[in-house]
Structure formats: C-alpha cells, structure tokens
Ligand binder design. Sequence first.
Ligand code: 6PG
Length: 470
Amino acid sequence: MEGKYDFGLVGLGVMGRNFILNVADNGFSAFGHDLDAEKVKALKEEGGHEATVNASTSIKTFVQALKQPRKIMLLVPAGKIVDSVIESLLPHIDRGDIIIDGGNSFFTDTDRREEYLQEKAINFFGAGVSGGAKGARLGPSIMPGGSKSAYAHIKPIFEAVSAKYNGEPCVAYLGPKSSGNYVKMVHNGIEYGLMQLTSEIYDLLKKAGGYSNEELHTTYTKWNEGRLQSFLVEITSKIFIQKDDVNLGKLGLLDQISDKAKQKGTGKWTSQNAMDLGIPVPSIDIAVSMREISALKLERTAADKLYDKPEVETIDKAELEKMAEEALYFAFIITYAQGLHQLADASKEYKYNLDIATIAKIWREGCIIRAGLLADITEAFQEDANLPNLLVSPNFVKKIQSTVGSARTLVAHAAKNGIPLPGLTNSLTYFDAYTSTRLPLNLIQAQRDYFGSHTYERLDQEGIFHTEWD
Ligand code: 6PG
C-alpha cells in the first residue's frame, strides 16, 4: 500500500466521505483519514475495492499510503482544528507535498498558514468547495488559491471531480495565497443575499397575493424554467410542497419551521471585509442583518403586540407574479454585481490577480449560487475584464432597465402595507445611488466641516476648503 494512492483526505464526515468517493469514481485512488474508527470503517465499506478507496485512523499509515508529492485535502471544520491537523501531518510529510484546506476558513488564517508552511517547503491551498454534501459526491464547484506551479499536481483530480458546465470543469486556479478562500467567502455572501431575496418574495406573494404553498411551488417552478433558473429557486420550489413527517396531514413542513435563521459566519465576514475595503454590498449586509433580526424572536413577538399593522391591500395574482419575477431577477443581478465588485477590489488590495470571468464561469454549475444568469455574467466579464461593475455592462443595462420598474412598484407597495422587503429595498437603493451623478452627500461634507473643520472639496475649483460657518 506504500505510496500507492493518488489523493488523501482528512476528515471523513459527510462532505469528506462524499468527496473521496467522488475522487474514486473518477479513476483516482484515494486514502482517507479520521480519528473516528466508525467513520473509517464506513468509508471502507462504502468505497468497495481497497485498491481504490482505503482509510486509516493512523496519520502515519495515511501519509505513507500516498504518492509523492502528496496531495492531502482537509475537509474539517474551519478554525483551530485546521491548525491542529496541519501540525499532526507535519512530522510525516515531505518537502513539496501539498495540503489543501477545503473548508470555509477565514482568508487571513489561510495567509498565515501558507506563510508558515512555505518556510517548510510545503505547498498550501485554500480551496473553497461549494455544493453541499450532494455536490461533494456528484460534482462541486471548487475555488482553489495557492501556488500556481503546485496547482498542476491537483488540477487533473479537481477537474475530474468538479461539476461540469457544457463539459467545462467548474474549477480553475484562481490566484495566489488566500484568493480561493476569499472567493468562496464572497460566494457565500452572495448566497446570503439570494436566499434573503427568495424568502422575502415568498412572504410578499403570501401576504399581498394570498398564495398557498402549492401555488408558491407552481410559481417558483415556473420561474426556475425561465431566466431565474438557479439552484436556490429550484430547491425553494420543492421546499413549498415538502410534507411534514411529524405532523402528518396538517400544514406543510415549511410552516412548522422556526423563523430564527442560523449562520456560521461567512456572510458576516463578507460584509465586514467589504466595509474594510470601502466597497458597498448592502444587499449582502441586509441579508446578514435579517438573520440577526430573525434570531430576536422573543423581542420581535413582544414588539409586534405594541403596534397596529396596516391592512394589506392585495394585488391581482397574475400582475403580482409578473412583477415579483421581474423584481427578483433585478435584485439577483444587483446582488451578484455587489459581490463581484467586492472581488475586483479585493483582487487589487490583496494582489490576488483574479479574473472575474473565470470566477463567474466556475460558479455556473455545482455551487449553491449557480444560476442561468451566471452565463451572461461570464460573457459580460469576458467582453470587458475591467468592467467596474456589472451595472454598466451594456447587456445588463437592458436587463436592469426592463425590470427595475417592478422593483419600484413592489418596494412601494410593501412599504405602504408593512411587509418587509429589505433585500429588494436595499438592492433598489443601491441601484438608484450607484446610478446618480449627484447625491446629497455634499451636505454631509458641509456638516463635517461645520462641526469638525474636516474640510471639503468644491465642484468649481481644485483644492481643499474650510469655511468658518458661524
Ligand atoms: C456551500 C455553502 C456551504 C454552507 C454555508 C452555510 O457553498 O456549499 O455555502 O459552505 O452550507 O456556509 O452557511 P450558513 O450556515 O452561514 O448559512
């Protein structure tokens, strides 16, 4: 068994087990490691032939089983555990070996680990993997960043196991250092934005259109067959008609699920880092805030009792459905635009040298934010790699122009009727502000100078000015 296996994987949880089986299905032999003997046993049983899939609880046996340079992927929870797995590998591995962190690690942790391992001549990759357990098994989108020359060793395996879009693998070398983890972080930020939007449109259709779960299923199914085609719209259509195994015969499962949404942190990191960079991503920010507001269930319930709510005016179903489809499409575009804007800026700041078209390309299949729209986004950045924002791409100007009207009507209707549409509202506000030559922030400059002598610039003259306002 010494030095026989093409690929090693540490962490045989659902993701790890599925990934390793996927590697084996694609003609590469793989060896897994986990301290949990049950998980090792389960993989061996499921893996079939020992020459293709094998596993051990011993880190030494694991490392010795791999061909050099060793390609060792970690699919363990982000945080300290990644460091401890690296430490446990170090006494056994050799110079030139490659460690790939496939988890949602924070990008500065990846930079720190890369520098540390570079001193030991070990190549380190941060490679975001998206697509959940099913994706890991059948084809995820993979976002690797690290040493370009070392990537040549993992490329054939990653290209084989990844999802395919018209035969093209949904994986590509993205850039140096933590670029892979950074791209995955923003992917998740966009994921938060799109999830918020699909959820609030569901609320609007229910409240302003009186939609039943079956009708919502039909509507989202229809949308998924059109320009809104996406993994999230698709699964949402199915969620609406999921039966409840616990309360058989009563409401559907969705109506029994608590409305407190949890989060693991990647959406918040996207927003926090966008603030650090000075790049506005309000559609993502509000999605994070909404998860926070959702968690305040007791406070919300108490506050609800203090206020009268307007009687909701209903909208004709056919009209509402048409407007909701347009508004959702509009806000999806705006959310991708913000995330990609952040990536372009981060690329300069952190010297990632990212190619936005390549990123959009590898998101077309396999990942959670895969959508028909990404084919158009890929084209827009292929036509102009330096596009400052999707909003100024000629093709997208047409798409936005033809749908923004519905976003306006629905935001106004929702505001009047007390239905929160925060994602759509923020997307519309971002659009209106980004496309305004003149904003009222001249007044903010005047105020800053008034109370703090912070100075201001003028439209009619060069230079820095201060006024004695009183
Ligand atoms: C993916 C997902 C995955 C995970 C999210 C969940 O791309 O496959 O994004 O990474 O499901 O991180 O995030 P929250 O728990 O924060 O919603």
